[in-house]
Design a protein around this ligand. Structure first.
Ligand SMILES: C[S@@+](CC[C@H](N)C(=O)[O-])C[C@H]1O[C@@H](n2cnc3c(N)ncnc32)[C@H](O)[C@@H]1O
Length: 255
């Protein structure tokens, strides 16, 4: 009898937990699942929810941009809010005033960086096309940093080449690589030229859902990332840490 009651309680608990995870929360005109409210891609992880609840300090305009981004079907592309905060803190730590974002999407991370760079700071934000720019810009304006985000619409490798040709090597402090994976090595090499000594190149998705362990023959993205990971391990131009946060992030610090 007792064991039946325990089993029923356990099942009810699981059902309630599942219900809570998938219930809807209303914020202003928005209605999002409570899983998404964690602002993380692992919204059903109670421990990560705890981390978010007890460490995220989000500028009100970032909250609005996050909510707007959640309306987009491709919102999984956005870096998790607590991870964007981590990168903004890194940028602050090294007193970055010229960061580059390679792969902007709706601009959550670019906005976060713009909010922490000094008055004369500038974020170069690379985008392949105009899609989402009409979403980003009003939020940049509302946060008062529209002049601190230089959106360059063309393939990111071209923008990086333009900066190098303009003699800007060694003048940037922080680069966040978060665009098409097949070009990651190109982005890394150009970024390393663009950052100063002590500058950081942060490379997102370096675990690529675990596929880097044994990349399939037809999986160019996994192969490229795996090759780059191995190259960085031996690269004497940098100090590095491969973090197991999110989908993996390598911090390469220029020597
Ligand atoms: C994962 S999303 C970036 C998310 C963004 N960093 C954030 O935190 O919200 C990748 C972005 O890279 C852009 N992208 C893809 N290929 C690109 C290229 N060759 N040059 C510039 N941007 C590119 C995509 O359009 C997309 O917006």
């Amino acid at each position: 009898m007792l064991s039946t009651i325990c089993l029923l309680l356990a099942l009810t608990g699981r059902f309630m937990a599942a219900f809570i995870m998938t219930s809807y929360v209303h914020i202003g005109k928005y209605s999002v699942t409570s899983a998404l409210i964690s602002k993380s891609h692992k919204g059903d992880d109670p421990l990560l929810q705890y981390v978010v609840n007890n460490s995220l300090r989000e500028h009100p305009v970032l909250t609005k941009l996050w909510l707007r981004t959640m309306e987009d079907p491709k919102n999984l592309m956005m870096v998790a809010a607590e991870q964007a905060q981590f990168m903004a803190n890194l940028a602050k730590l090294i007193e970055a005033n010229k960061p580059i974002e390679i792969g902007m999407y709706t601009g959550y991370n670019a906005l976060n960086l713009a909010l922490v760079v000094p008055e004369n700071g500038l974020v170069v934000a690379c985008k392949i096309n105009e899609v989402y720019v009409n979403i980003s810009k009003p939020f940049f304006k509302e946060a008062g940093v529209e002049d601190k985000i230089d959106i360059r619409i063309k393939p990111a490798a071209e923008t990086l080449d333009e900066l190098l040709t303009a003699g800007k090597a060694g003048t940037f402090d922080f680069v966040f690589i978060d665009a098409d994976k097949k070009n990651y090595e190109t982005y890394y090499e150009k970024s390393l030229q663009l950052v100063r000594k002590g500058g950081i190149v942060a490379i997102e998705n370096v675990l690529w859902g675990g596929r880097v362990i044994n990349p399939a023959e037809d999986d160019l993205s996994s192969q490229t990332i795996d090759k780059l990971n191995k190259k960085l391990h031996k690269d004497e131009r940098i100090d590095l840490s491969m973090l197991t946060v999110a989908d993996g992030r390598t911090l390469a610090i220029k020597r």
